[in-house]
Structure formats: C-alpha cells, structure tokens
Design a protein around this ligand. Sequence first.
Ligand code: AG3
Length: 280
Amino acid sequence: MDLWYTEKHTDAAGITLRIRKSLFSGESEFQKLDIVETDEYGRMMLLDGLVMVTERDEFVYHDMVTHPALFTQPNPKKVLVIGGGDGGTIREIVRHPEVELAVLCEIDGLVIEKSIELLPSMACEIGGSNPKVKLHVDDGIAYIKEHRGEFDIILVDSTDPIGPAVGLFEEGFYQTVFAALKEDGIMVAQSESPFYHADIQKDMYHNLRAVFPIVEMYQAFIPTYPSGLWSFAFASKQYHPIKDFDRERAAQRKFHTRYYNEDLHLGAFMLPTFARENIT
Ligand code: AG3
C-alpha cells in the first residue's frame, strides 16, 4: 500500500510526498509535531501539518537564513536564533569562527527533544557538547525583552504566521528585536513565499520598515515549501547586504556551503518584478 502526505498550499494546490513510515507523532501545548520518513526527501518534520524541514533540502534554508547576515556583519560574535528548534540554523552559525555565543530560543521543548533524537544531521550542535551554544526553551518575545543591546545578529527561524508564530510578524516584535540588537545589528527573518503569500509579505515588510532603516528581501529555492520560491527579510541598523558585503571574506570561508556562495549572496537580492511589487 502507498501512503502519501499532502500539504495544501492553497485550496487547490499543494505538495504530495510518499511516506515510508511515521517516526513520531505527538502534540505539545503549542502544536502538533510529526516526524516521518519520506522516499524522496529523507526524514521530514511537520508542525501542525506544515512541512518545516526535510533532510534533503534543509541545506538551502539553513545556508540562506544564516550566511548572508553573518558575512555582511564584519565581526559577528553573539547570535540569537528565535524558533529553529530543529537546530539547523545553529549548526550553520557555529561554523563561523568569529562566533563566540549562539543562543537558541525555541518556545517548544518537544521540537528540540525530538530533533535531537530523530534529526541528528540538523540537531548535531544543540545536543549538548558545544560550549558556544546555549539553549532556552522560552517565548522569544519574552526572552529578547530581557536582553537589550546584546546581539550582533538575530535570526527569526519561525513557522508561518499562524499559531505560535503570529506575534513574530508584528511591528511590536520588530521593535523589541531592534532593541535587543547592538547599534550595528542585523535581523534576518524567513518571509514566506513571494508567489503565494503576497499579502503576508506586504504587511511584514511594512512593519519592518517602520522599525529598521535598511530592509531588503532575498530569495532561495526550497522545493518542499509552498511554490518552491521562498524568501527572507534582511533588516539592518547600519550594514547594507550588498554595499557592505565583504565578498573576499565570504569567498575565503573555510567551510563548504552547498547553496550559499559569494556570487549567490548578491544574486539572491535581485528580485523578479512580482516579488518586488509585493513589498513596494
Ligand atoms: N521554518 C519555515 C517553515 C515555513 C514553511 N511553511 C510551510 N510549509 N507552509 C523552517 C524551520 C527550519 N529551521
């Protein structure tokens, strides 16, 4: 018997993947969590039925949520991740030798626990031994209110703006992030699909521009996300992601990245017209 899972992206379209077996299915006080084995994309985590990560294409998302900001900011020492309980973003952050502290603030302890158990390729740096990594099971909004002026970079690795993540798309949240950043700090947040989520993008970028002087969108190809075209918001106090990009430093990185590179850093910020129009 074939078993297939469909995530609907609209009322009339979605993605369908053949499932080999279910590895975990449960519910926390925040959301439903499933981890399954797919034939095409390896292990996959779903929250409330939405695809969060798969082993096969997570490298795109985690490269792109991390490296553009860390190669723009000249000396990133303290980096905070809000959400991101699978650990993939932390894994990429700690590859940067300048980083002294990488804090993960994830609201749902079950996501962390099950990722460590079942998604070791992503959770490898949150399982215990890296002294640069600190975990907080806490509401990101509450956490940053207590940490003013502390971080060089804050990466918002959230779910869609439904359920526990709604507040992470609001102007009040961006003000709190601004306050938690140092005076030359940068925030990056996943910003949904330019193809399907024009309305969400419009509000989100409007809210970001009310707070940050520099706000740019960049894109990445993520096959298991709605439409396959995904985006990130780069919101910054001083550094511009292209004008202040240190191409040499990125080109000379000592670690391999399967998606990000110094040319793509620039290319990712070049948007198709329809995407540009979502945020202007
Ligand atoms: N967070 C972004 C997931 C959004 C996907 N949306 C959807 N499938 N409808 C991913 C977390 C990776 N660390």
